[in-house]
Design a protein around this ligand. Structure first.
Ligand SMILES: NC(=O)c1ccc[n+]([C@@H]2O[C@H](COP(=O)([O-])OP(=O)(O)OC[C@H]3O[C@@H](n4cnc5c(N)ncnc54)[C@H](O)[C@@H]3O)[C@@H](O)[C@H]2O)c1
Ligand SMILES: [Zn+2]
Length: 366
């Protein structure tokens, strides 16, 4: 069996690990036993029909014939990350007799992870859950850190809770069936992690763009491990996003605005963040980010390959960004880049500066 890396995540309220390696999925029952003990517990896996069709055989292969988890299905897509889905799943849990000792398994991308985590946070006031992320984005970012929730029409992730998983099992083998656009979307979140915190990760992605897009296992594993290390480091210092953790939202002010305005159907989350980072780079350039860094970042973003932007005006984006929950007490908190590998949160970015940055970053006219 290939090497398994154990990446620790430690915060004020939780300590758990990500197990990272190739073809780990079949060993899931053994890891569940390690964490939850041999006492029989009921497991419920939340997944989408597509993922289950591809991977249920491997997923179930390690469970005893009569000991597999019950399966709850959530259709794929960001537009299903809503309260309605949560109620349906909770009702199914209740019908199946789930109790306080039941354990949820999120088996899917960030949408499944965020919904299942939130379901675990509120069903009977809290169940244990684990993350088995199946997209690159979920492996590099969303499966760790404890943010869970759903969207409203008014904006992304407006309803949610902090609830950490007890374990994250990231099997890079599962990524083999991932469409190329989803790989790219995940790489944008890793690029973000490098930009805000670790120049070496940024440069690694820059140098290995082609291998990463080809899903070359060794490079991909390095990027996942480094992204998670960075996220764990940030989250351990500021679990509840009182300050530092906000830097993980680099590129997300406008990224979320694009998603909300296109009703969560226009671009993948990671792609919207890719566009949002272009805007954040342009805003940062006016506030001290050296031109050489700014141009280099834009080249790295474009090398990953951004799909074209849905038709939107800069004004509408500005208005949508104004509703962003990064506003606290009416003040917009904006993550600006000081240089590659270092970000800071500022609260004096004016609407006009943001509007100009949107125009430049998204190459929109007036
Ligand atoms: N909680 C956090 O800290 C955090 C961080 C970043 C992003 N997010 C959230 O994550 C979500 C985006 O997650 P995502 O990019 O994983 O999207 P996603 O969950 O929508 O998955 C993308 C698509 O890939 C399919 N898929 C998943 N795994 C597959 C596989 N192995 N093979 C083939 N197809 C597969 C899914 O069915 C889906 O259609 C957004 O809602 C975003 O807000 C949360
Ligand atoms: Zn994100």
């Amino acid at each position: 069996m290939s090497r398994v890396r154990t990446l620790p995540i430690q915060t004020a309220s939780a300590a758990y690990s990500m197990l990272l390696g190739e073809d780990l999925l079949a060993d899931l029952p053994q890891h569940l036993g390690d964490i939850f003990g041999e006492r029989p517990r009921r497991y419920f896996v939340v997944t989408s029909p597509e993922i289950w069709a591809l991977w249920s055989e491997v997923f179930l292969s390690g469970f005893a014939a009569d000991g597999g988890p019950a399966v709850l299905l959530l259709p794929a897509g960001e537009h299903h990350k809503r309260l309605a889905a949560l109620e349906r799943l909770a009702q199914q849990l209740a019908t199946a007799g789930a109790d306080r000792g039941s354990i949820l398994i999120a088996f899917g991308g960030g949408v499944i992870g965020d919904v299942t985590g939130f379901l675990a946070a509120i069903y009977m006031r809290g169940l244990d859950f684990i993350q088995v992320p199946t997209t690159l984005l979920a492996q590099v970012d969303s499966s760790v850190g404890g943010k869970t929730g759903v969207n409203l029409a008014a904006g992304k992730n407006l309803i949610g809770s902090f609830h950490h998983p007890r374990l994250v099992l990231a099997d890079t083998g599962v990524l083999r069936t991932l469409p190329p656009a989803e790989v790219r979307a995940g790489l944008f979140e890793s690029l973000k992690a490098g930009l805000i915190y670790d120049r070496a990760l940024f440069e690694f992605i820059e140098r290995h763009t082609e291998a990463l897009l080809r899903q070359e296992t060794e490079s991909l594993t390095h990027v996942i491990a480094e992204s998670v290390r960075i996220k764990a480091c940030v989250v351990s210092q500021d679990e509840r996003e009182a300050g530092l953790r906000m830097i993980l939202n680099f590129g997300h002010t406008v990224g979320h605005a694009i998603e909300a305005l296109t009703h969560y159907r226009g671009l993948l989350h990671g792609e919207a963040v890719g566009w949002g980072m272009r805007v954040a780079v342009e805003a940062s350039r006016k506030r001290g980010l050296p031109d050489t860094d700014a141009d280099r970042i834009l080249r790295a973003i474009d090398a990953l390959g951004l799909p074209s932007l849905p038709r939107l005006t800069a004004r509408r984006l500005l208005n949508a960004a104004a509703g962003d929950k990064k506003r606290i007490g009416g003040i917009r908190h904006f993550v600006q880049l000081d240089r590659i590998g270092q970000a800071s949160v500022v609260n004096d970015l004016s609407d006009d500066e943001l509007l100009q940055a949107i125009r430049r970053g998204l190459k929109l006219g007036q």
